[in-house]
Design a binder for this molecule. Structure first.
Ligand SMILES: *[C@@H]1O[C@H](CO)[C@@H](O)[C@H](O)[C@H]1NC(C)=O
Ligand SMILES: *[C@@H]1O[C@H](CO)[C@@H](O)[C@H](O)[C@H]1NC(C)=O
Ligand SMILES: *[C@@H]1O[C@H](CO)[C@@H](O)[C@H](O)[C@H]1NC(C)=O
Ligand SMILES: *[C@@H]1O[C@H](CO)[C@@H](O)[C@H](O)[C@H]1NC(C)=O
Ligand SMILES: *[C@@H]1O[C@H](CO)[C@@H](O)[C@H](O)[C@H]1NC(C)=O
Ligand SMILES: *[C@@H]1O[C@H](CO)[C@@H](O)[C@H](O)[C@H]1NC(C)=O
Ligand SMILES: *[C@@H]1O[C@H](CO)[C@@H](O)[C@H](O)[C@H]1NC(C)=O
Ligand SMILES: *[C@@H]1O[C@H](CO)[C@@H](O)[C@H](O)[C@H]1NC(C)=O
Length: 414
């Protein structure tokens, strides 16, 4: 029941919010280079250098037909979060809400409970055994980087501290290596999946977007040999209803409807997948759109705020905000449906929609810097309601990913 004026306002707010949180400042560039060294512990050869088959118990098996994306959030303050922010040295300040001053802690203590089954408890050693001599790579934007960092923290906290790990920055990649297992968990910055002028790891802006609809080659040469690929691309498309596109030549730029552009882009990506992926050795996932909580009137009519000051999840089970575009969702379904190779959809949109409490809000960053005191007093303009605090919602996405990898391992290896 929103009016046209409200729609226009929403669109404008969406743009402002995107600009404030997707634009990385020069300070981040400098920081990234400074921090481009190993974090880790040196040690002796260990028991983990020997391959051990992963045992998947009855309890860890998801029953056939159980939709793990349908369920509810359960308060679990004893056993969640699965790691502590201060014990994970790999987080960037975009997600370290506690350190950035957030005082309420409820957001860290929710567990996702699917309706028809239980998720297995995350076990870093089992994941490492499954990833032995393998590479797992997250591809996408800064929301996807949050998922990568969550995975790194989950692993780091659940393997013995004697196991040597390192995080290296090789822009636009980040590589987390777990030596004894010869395994790596990686992140690759590609906010549109296909090529664009925003592909520099740190020097990019959402103000100027130009995508090359027919090419993914520059990126895909880095993806080709990866064993498990997890793609995501949404929020960068949504800055305006139209986007500038080209089919190669920079003199021939057209401004077209975002939904039309998204379809062509995904088709380009899909063609590449179909022609190069080996379904018997490689696994592909696609993460659906991560919801934003920019307009509090959507879940609490009559209010005029955003995710700021939200400390509890939404209680209903089917809240869906207008920020999660159904046309884009439909396009994703169409394109994946036409593929000849299997792409597993991590359909995290609905479950994350309920977590209006999970965003950094004013305890995030803007242009690579924490908010100033004055900015914090102006949450309408400065709250980050797009990214997620860690520990938090992306941990659940990874628990589900882990559960699916375990099922696949059971079916194909055991
Ligand atoms: C967990 O929550 C329950 C009820 O909300 C409370 O009684 C208990 O003290 C809490 N435990 C911890 C460790 O915070
Ligand atoms: C380590 O893993 C990579 C793939 O990630 C593989 O190419 C390489 O052969 C492995 N090294 C050893 C010693 O097995
Ligand atoms: C970022 O890119 C722009 C143009 O692509 C360039 O003019 C500018 O110097 C770059 N900034 C940094 C910090 O590298
Ligand atoms: C497309 O590019 C033109 C020329 O640079 C610019 O004026 C226009 O605002 C751009 N459109 C979008 C949707 O970014
Ligand atoms: C974009 O195109 C789709 C179909 O191609 C159409 O349904 C939608 O209304 C268009 N949006 C705009 C803003 O033109
Ligand atoms: C935050 O929410 C609480 C109630 O949940 C309210 O009492 C308080 O005034 C709010 N604070 C601000 C700054 O809006
Ligand atoms: C994801 O789940 C929603 C329901 O929560 C559904 O409407 C949508 O079609 C699903 N998307 C895909 C790509 O399967
Ligand atoms: C794709 O997945 C379906 C259902 O999980 C399965 O029946 C089919 O054999 C898979 N196809 C390939 C090529 O792996």
């Amino acid at each position: 029941m929103t009016t046209t004026r409200q729609h226009q306002r929403m669109r404008l707010l969406f743009r402002l919010s995107l600009v404030s949180v997707l634009t990385v400042g020069a300070s981040r560039v400098a920081l990234d280079y400074l921090r481009n060294n190993d974090v880790g512990i040196k040690l002796m050869p260990s028991e983990y250098t020997i391959r051990v088959p992963v045992e998947v118990s009855e309890e860890e098996t998801i029953e056939d037909g159980c939709d793990v994306f349908k369920g509810r959030w359960v308060w679990e303050n004893e056993s969640y979060p699965l790691y502590e922010e201060e014990n994970c040295p790999f987080l960037v300040k975009q997600t370290t809400c506690l350190r950035n001053g957030r005082r309420d802690s409820f957001y860290r203590h929710w567990r996702w409970q699917p309706d028809g089954c239980d998720l297995p408890r995350f076990n870093g050693i089992k994941l490492m055994e499954m990833l032995r001599d393998k590479r797992l790579m997250f591809v996408g934007d800064s929301v996807q980087r949050g998922m990568f960092e969550s995975m790194v923290c989950l692993v780091h906290s659940s393997i013995p501290s004697s196991v040597k790990t390192s995080l290296r920055r090789i822009p636009p990649r980040k590589v987390f290596k777990i030596e004894e297992f010869n395994a790596s968990i990686e992140y690759y910055w590609a906010p549109f999946i296909i090529e664009s002028i925003s592909d520099h790891a740190t020097n990019h802006t959402v103000h100027k977007r130009l995508v090359r609809l027919n090419s993914v080659a520059k990126h895909s040469q880095e993806w080709g040999g990866v064993d498990i690929l997890i793609f995501e691309s949404y929020i960068w498309w949504m800055y305006k209803p139209t986007i500038n596109v080209t089919y190669g030549s920079l003199d021939k730029i057209e401004e077209i409807n975002v939904t039309a552009a998204y379809r062509v882009a995904l088709q380009t990506w899909a063609n590449w997948l179909d022609s190069t992926m080996n379904p018997s050795t490689q696994k592909i996932f696609f993460v659906t759109m991560s919801p934003t909580h920019l307009w509090s009137w959507e879940w609490r009519p009559g209010t005029n705020g955003n995710c700021f000051n939200e400390t509890r999840p939404i209680k209903e089970s089917s809240y869906w905000g207008t920020g999660s575009n159904l046309d884009i969702m439909g396009i994703l379904e169409d394109i994946l449906g036409q593929l000849t190779i299997n792409v597993t959809v991590l359909n995290i949109t609905q479950l994350s929609e309920l977590r209006k409490d999970g965003h950094p809000s004013i305890y995030g960053e803007r242009k690579g810097k924490l908010l100033t005191k004055e900015q914090k007093l102006d949450p309408k303009n400065y709250a980050d309601c797009i990214h997620w605090c860690l520990p938090g919602v992306p941990d659940t996405w990874n628990e589900i990913l882990y559960a699916l990898l375990l099922q696949d391992y059971r079916v194909h290896v055991q």
